[in-house]
Structure formats: structure tokens, C-alpha cells
Design a protein around this ligand. Sequence first.
Ligand SMILES: [Fe+2]
Length: 444
Amino acid sequence: MGCGASATPAAAPAKAPATGAPAEPDAKMPAAQKSLNKEALSPLFDQHPIRLPCLPGDIMVSGDLPKEVVEQLSAQCAGWLYVNPDTDAHFMPEVVKSAGVQLQVLPLKLDDLPAGRVDEILQSIQTLPRPLMIQCTSANRAALALLMWMARTVGYTGASAELLVKDLALDTMKPEATKWMVDQLHVVGQKNGPLIERSPEVRQLFDPESSTLSYLVACPETQEAVLIDPVLEHKDRDLALISELGLKLIYVLNTHCHADHITSGGLIRKDMPEVKTIISESSGAKADMHIKHGDTVKFGSLALEVRATPGHTDGCVTYVLRTKTATFAFTGDTLLIRGCGRTDFQQGSSRRLYASVHEQIFSLPGDTIICAGHDYKGRSVSTVEEERRFNPRLTKTVEEFEELMANLGLPNPKKIDVAVPANMVCGVQDEPETAEVTTGPPEA
Ligand SMILES: [Fe+2]
């Protein structure tokens, strides 16, 4: 099992109107009528510093371009963000504007950055019509701006955004720009970050010992809350947070019977009898309530849809949450960021895991936020679309996947002999006398 994610988004705050050239709405061609003809554009990509990353798919980045290429691109774009000064010799505002493109100029100079400029740029990317071009000199800072927007909008940590540089083949981005981005995100090492800025209902918590990611999900209307996959050693931390936020804990849910850490569910329930523990009936583990595929766990105005996703273990489930602003899939160890849980013990089955991911998780909307059960590389969250495209395991054929999983050669988690028996009875029921629950290495 194990492979996980950690969190930290930060939506671009709304700022005052961007400085630079004002946006001009298209007079001749409504933005909605434009779309990218990728086939027609592709020859340009070989000859010029233009990239069209597959995500989000409607935003290009480019460097300096000859006039005829700017004309071709302007004909297909509805928005244009120029991140060099408008005095730049390669700036062709008249060409862009004559095609009815909404243009903004916001210079992005890393060593001389006005206060608030990053936010202005992110806000501009957020609001300019699509298809959108972001242009600089060499497509380095333009790619940086795109990544920053994706990182903050979707909620990546710096490490996640760094991974996207590779996944999106943004080869125009220089290593120093990537480093700058990671530094600027202010998220490195920040593990319980503001998924809340993406959706106030969800908060991510991290256990550095087992690299486990837990989630606090709360109804903003009734303050009723649930904990998903909490870790025994962080019981007090999690309960203090719940108390500080004025929440009322209703349920402790587990996605499966963990082998690498002990759930805090049993102990929380002992202290707070009103809290009910939940796990799937097919896990065979004890809990106050057992759920199965198709069930719904309701609290306040929120509901978790239960999807059976066996494969890592027999009893694995994914909880799907739909809020007003986003859809989340709490995948446990079934699907991890660019990975998946191991399948070589606890009734594991590679073929079942493969089917579970493809049928129950990849079938969700592409912008569904993947909240995994672990991450060993400091990453935050992913999306269904990203994992469909970039997961190095689940993009293989099922036969290739089975072979790969059969040859991982992983040692057992050090905690397995302690954690599995404990979790079969909903975690320990008394405070551990010693922290015998030692930590093991990553599970997958
Ligand atoms: Fe697991």
C-alpha cells in the first residue's frame, strides 16, 4: 500500500484590476466562438517556442514569435496574457487586438517583482477568456505562470507542481524557474494545507512517520464533521483542531484495514461515545457501522458516496464527496498520486485494483480531486484527469500492470504485525503504553 499525497492549495485571491494594458473585449469575434485547432497548430509547435500542455488543454504558452505566427495564434485565441513589458520589441498588441483577442500585459520579472504581481497574474489567467495564450520571451516564465495558476487553483504543493512540469512536458521551463515556483508557493513542508481554499469543507492532515494523509470533512452549515483515515498518534492533534474549529465529530471512517498505521477511531470512540466508527463490511474489521458499495454516509448537508474499490485489500472503498465547489475522491491506498497501493498481501489482487480504479475512480469527472491515503514525496492532491494521463501504473494494460505489481519486491511494512490486528478491532481501545507502533518504510 502506501504511496500518498500531502496537501496545500491556495486559490489566487481576488485582487484589484491588473496593471498594464487594460483588457479589451472582442468586438468582432465573441470569445466563445473561438476554439483551438490543434492539428493546424501542431506544425508551429516544432518551429517555435509554443507549447500546448494537455492540461488544462485550452491554455498555450509561448516565447517571442514572428508576426505571421502571432496572427495565426491570435485567430484561434480569445485571451492573451503578455508577461513582458509592453515596451518589448517583440510585443505586437495591434496584431493581437485586431483579431478581437482580450489582451493584458503584466510583466513577470523574477528578480524584480512588484508586490502582488503574482496574484494579479493568477487572477488574470483565471478570468481571461479561453483559449488563452500566455507569452514571454522563451516560454519559460509563461509556463511558470501557467503552473502557478494550476498549482494554486487545483491545490498542489510545490512538489506536485514540480511533477506537473515533467508530466506536461513543459520543456521550456528552466530549473531555476521551477525552484522559484516551489519557493513562491510557500507550501514546501506544509502538510495540513488549505484544501480549504479550494473547498471549505475539506482539510488535509499529515502523519510524517507513515506518510499517511488523513482528512477532516465538515459541513459548513451544521458544523458536523467526519475524520477519514486518522492516525492513532495524532488523535489529540486532530481533536484539538476539531475543537478549535467548533466542529462536532460524528463519524470516523476508514477506507480499509490499514497495515502501516493504527486508526485512532477506537480510542476516539472510547473518549467520545457519541462518535461512530465506520468501515466496509467486506473488510471484516470491527466498527460501529459497516458500509458497502452504493451506501451513502450523511452528515449535515454533506454526503459521502461509498464506492467499493477492492484490490489493495478486499475491503477497500473510495468515498466520493460532492460540494458546491468541487468533487473529491478519498481513495485510501487504492489510487495514489502517480501510484497505487501494493497488492501483495491482505487479499491483494492487481487485477481487481486495476478494475476498481478504472471503473470506479477514473469514471469520475476529470476535475475530481484525488485525496489519497499516502504520499511519500510531499505532494498534495491530484485530479482524476491527471492520473488518467500520468499515472505510470494505471495507464498500462492490465497485463502489464499485473506483471509490474508482481515484481515490486517490497518489504512488508514494519507495523503490519501490529497494525492489522489492531485495525481489525477498530484500532487500539486504550492509550498505548509505549509507542510500540513503530513506523515502517513506505508501503509502495
Ligand atoms: Fe493500506
